[in-house]
Design a protein around this ligand. Structure first.
Ligand code: RAM
Length: 921
């Protein structure tokens, strides 16, 4: 290789360059893998410029010892010349259920030097075949049993080599072995349409077992399977458990739920009521001491009669059993209240100072039978008591009845709430600040992104978005965590998902949710539903704005380099497109329900769906048809990618027809307005690239006029076009207007929400808190959080490049508003950390960029001072002066310019660019 770089010794390289963060199906050391073709990923930490991978070798072995000896008896790729480091598909010996594998990887770098091997990682297969399940579902024989306790005693007389529990409990289970809760998952398994797919968890449980008598104890709760399931049909909670023991002498044993298997069930446990929406009631007087312990067992038969009955054998819920391959829901953080008030005698209100999802932990001592009520709310009335009006029918209330023994500690098991305030009623004596602590509960996905800038208001919006997004991740991306809804709406996700993948690592959660959507697809019509799992609200067919069905997997491809999700859902996409096509007249979709939803009240139709959330100004059919076009464009790309040229041609042609029909119907070439000329009507076609060539500026001018002249510097858009207006303004060179909207403080704006004390993002632009207006008044709703993607992409400048998905190629292109002094953004990608930071003063702009190992970037350096009289440097090297470019090395070279930007190509590493006006000579 003709390199300008000094050759480094293997030792130098080995010290720094080694694959880290080994992922298998996006998880670290997963137990219970679903697929026989798992995918491997890693990245390398290195700050060296222009470094990349030229080859890799993956070794997969059946034991740690073999792996250490470099014996890949399951798979050894040998040296593969490839720069691929994400989602490499396993092609070794066929994998079977339960198989435990060890793997490691080494790479070769740009100098063809070999790295050391990574540390050893593991993956373990789950139960791949339905026939692997020997256990049978069981349930309580007592009608209406709220949270039955199951118990099974067994004896271990030999040394255990390996012990696994595969478990599913509907709606939720809590697994104990020998008196200890197993693991730290809560609200498990995640919600699915149980008639289609049921998730199970796989646990390694050796450490919980002992020689002699052992007990498995399980409490079930209704969760989404209870009263809330399928429009109030009361499903009976049920349990499936398979424990597999392998002993050191090579023998094995199973502990299975099923008929006549020695399980006992008690139907009067301490949880006397549980509901996702309404909360939980816990009567500590009903606790059964030692229910999950082996000894003594005598109490089971007190007085010759026992409440521990034989369980019933239950019909399976119908869905395929599938391992839950995503981050489980956990208590993520403990939040101490900042204040405690006493608005009425016997009533205390705690303020966590942050709107969260989860519950509180209560610590109390007092007389037996004292009943404490905890009421959760996002809002307060003026008198300081909690206002639950915007929760609609959700009672959001936990109750705890004391047993009267010492300090009692309680937190709910099978419910969650969305709240900032908790009102405590009936507390014995004086409640202290320590009596209540907030528990922030969500899917334990990693936060991936950070954004910060010199404007406090924007930072606060970003903080609120991160909270709101996080508050709405509970195995599905829900719309809100507090009222009688909490559903994963596809229309919201159409615009929310991009913000979400910048802020969090959602690869596994979205893989699961995409299947939830597929599960809603009608076998006959191909129609998907508005919500997935399809439940309670929304309808099938979905509103055409539900393009998240295609957009989410496309984002999975762009952000995580995931092509498999596109392959797996491709046929489904086509069916949905055919459905839409069948409901179009001359390529105009002929139905709409939601459209550009929840715009400011002045723009929406009073009395319409959702408490008047349908736009009065932006035609629903314009939105529907726009998304029909968007889908066609995406499908063209996807078909091309998947090697289906005929399909690609078909969808490309289709997009052309839709474009023409769209403009014929909605575009007025005289006024350059679309439809009514509402902001959304003009923004959406601009965003989609539908505007006939040459008219873009005029359409943009109309948008600007609407913002500035008709609305005094405010937007009028709903949930969908609020994302798009910010992007088209920036891209069309009107960052000034976009920035004005982002920093606007008066209604309607994000700043207005903040001025009303918001710590999360609202569902509507209005502050709604009482009476009828509360029908749609969530204060914790991620859809308007889409602005956070704009922070990353436009202010921070971090963008994916479709030419190199998964951040193999990165575009750094900051749009720099006059008023902002600095902005910094970073994203932890599959290939490592990408960051971009700029800071400007009167006569200097500095841009620092970090590109991970094995990635390349196109960096756009803005000519903020002038095009010609500017000097652009990287470090000490001049790249551009007096309108002329110079400089070229292998890891950094100029790749052209526009009138606004100098375009630079870089390899990996850190770069510091400066832009300064040339003064004087
Ligand atoms: C409401 C919620 C949800 C949404 C649907 C259409 O129930 O606001 O987020 O977009 O309506």
């Amino acid at each position: 290789m003709n390199s300008t770089f000094k050759y480094k010794t293997i030792k130098d390289l080995n010290d720094g360059i080694v694959p880290v963060d080994l992922l298998c199906e996006y998880m670290r050391n997963p137990v219970g893998l679903n697929t026989v073709n798992p995918r491997f990923s890693w990245h390398v930490l290195s700050d060296e410029r222009g470094q990349y991978q030229t080859a890799y070798r993956i070794v997969v072995a059946s034991s740690k010892e073999k792996l250490e000896a470099d014996i890949g008896d399951i798979w050894d790729t040998g040296k593969v010349e490839s720069s691929k480091c994400t989602n490499i598909v396993f092609e070794g010996c066929p994998l079977i259920s339960r198989q435990l594998c060890f793997w490691k990887v080494r790479i070769w770098d740009r100098y063809l030097n070999e790295s050391a091997f990574s540390v050893c990682s593991r993956f373990e297969m789950g139960l791949l075949q339905q026939e692997d399940w020997r256990a049978v579902w069981i349930g309580s024989p007592v009608f209406g049993a709220e949270a039955p306790l199951f118990r099974k005693t067994f004896t271990i007389g030999k040394k255990v080599a390996r012990a696994r529990v595969y478990i599913s409990g509907l709606g939720y289970y809590e697994l104990h072995i020998n008196g200890r809760k197993v693991g730290d998952r809560v609200l498990d398994p995640a919600w699915t349409d149980y008639g289609k797919r049921v998730l199970y968890a796989a646990y390694a449980v050796e450490e919980y077992l002992k020689q002699g008598s052992n007990v498995i104890g399980i409490m079930l709760g209704a969760g989404w399977y209870g009263k809330a399931y399928r429009n109030n049909v009361h499903a009976v909670t049920q349990l499936l458990l398979q424990m597999e023991l392998e002993f050191e002498d090579g023998t094995a044993a199973y502990i299975l739920t099923g008929p006549e298997s020695g399980w006992k069930v008690h139907s009067n446990g301490p949880v006397t009521f549980s509901s996702i929406y309404d909360g939980e009631s816990y009567d500590a007087r009903l606790e059964i001491d030692g229910w999950d312990l082996a000894e003594p067992e005598s109490y089971l038969e007190e007085d010759g009669k026992s409440e521990w009955l034989d369980p019933l054998w239950m019909e399976p819920p119908g869905g395929r059993m599938e391992s839950q391959m995503m981050e489980p829901i956990k208590v993520i953080k403990v939040i101490k209240p900042i204040s405690l008030s006493n608005p009425k005698p016997g009533v205390q209100v705690y303020d966590l100072s942050q709107n969260i999802a989860g519950w509180v932990k209560l610590q109390v001592s007092g007389p037996r039978s004292t009943k404490i009520i905890l009421k959760y709310a996002e809002l307060l009335y003026e008198d300081g008591t909690v206002n639950q009006e915007n929760l609609r029918t959700a009672k959001a209330m936990d109750t705890y009845t004391l047993k009267g023994v010492g300090l009692e500690v309680y937190e709910p098991h099978f419910t969650f709430h969305g709240f900032r305030y908790v009102q405590v009623e009936g507390f014995p004596g004086e409640a202290s600040m320590d009596a209540v602590t907030g528990r922030f509960v969500r899917s334990s996905v990693e936060q991936a992104g950070r954004f910060h800038c010199s404007h406090a208001l924007l930072n606060k919006i970003q903080e609120n978005v991160v909270w709101t997004e996080a508050n709405n991740l509970h195995g599905v991306p829900s719309d809100c965590p507090q009222r009688d809804e909490r559903l994963a709406w596809l229309n919201d996700m159409t615009v929310r998902a991009e913000e979400a993948v910048y802020n969090f690592n959602l690869a596994a959660l979205y893989t699961k949710w995409q299947k939830d959507i597929a599960d809603t697809q009608g076998a006959v019509t191909g129609a998907i539903a508005d919500t997935a799992p399809f439940h309670r609200y929304g309808r099938r067919p979905a509103d055409p704005v539900c393009s998240s069905y295609l957009i989410v997997p496309w984002l999975m491809y762009l952000h995580y380099g995931d092509q498999r999700i596109l392959e797996e859902h491709y046929e489904g996409f086509k069916k949905w497109m055919s459905y839409l096509g069948a409901h179009s007249d001359g390529y105009i979709i002929n139905y709409s329900c939601i459209g550009d939803w929840a715009s400011p009240r002045t723009e929406s139709e009073s009395g319409s769906l959702g408490g008047g959330a349908v736009s009065a100004k932006t035609p629903g059919k314009l939105m529907s048809t726009g998304f029909y076009y968007y889908n066609a464009v995406l499908l063209t790309k996807i078909a091309r990618l998947l090697g289906k040229p005929e399909d690609a041609r078909f969808y490309e042609e289709l997009s052309g027809f839709i474009k023409k029909a769209f403009n014929d119907i909605f575009f007025n070439s005289q006024t350059c307005q679309y439809a009514t000329g509402s902001q959304a009507s003009n923004v959406f076609p601009l965003y989609l690239g539908l505007v006939p060539k040459g008219n873009e500026k005029a359409v943009m001018d109309n948008i600007v006029a609407s913002v500035m002249e008709e609305n005094n510097g405010h937007l009028t858009t709903g949930n969908i076009c609020t994302k798009y207006i910010m992007e088209v303004l920036a891209e069309a060179g009107r960052m000034d207007i976009a920035y004005l909207l982002a920093t606007q403080k008066t209604y309607p704006s994000w700043g207005y929400m903040l001025s009303r004390g918001a710590t999360t993002i609202w569902e509507r632009w209005e502050y709604l808190s009482v009476g009828d207006e509360c029908e749609m008044a969530s204060h914790n709703h991620p859809m308007y959080g889409s602005i956070s993607a704009w922070f990353y992409k436009m202010l921070g400048g971090i963008n994916v490049d479709p030419e190199g998905p998964g951040f193999e190629r990165i575009v750094i292109k900051p749009y720099i508003p006059k008023e902002l002094e600095f902005a910094t953004a970073s994203v932890k990608t599959m290939r490592g950390l990408v960051s971009s930071k700029w800071e400007k003063s009167k006569d200097l702009l500095e841009i620092q960029v970090v590109i991970p190992f094995n990635s390349r970037a196109k960096v756009y350096i803005p000519f903020i001072f002038s095009f010609t009289e500017t000097e652009i440097k990287e470090g000490n090297n001049t790249l551009w002066k007096h309108g002329k470019s110079s400089y070229k090395t292998e890891e950094l070279f100029i790749d052209g310019h526009t009138s606004d930007y100098l375009i630079i190509q870089t390899g990996s590493g850190s770069y510091c660019f400066t832009v300064a006006p040339i003064c004087g000579n």
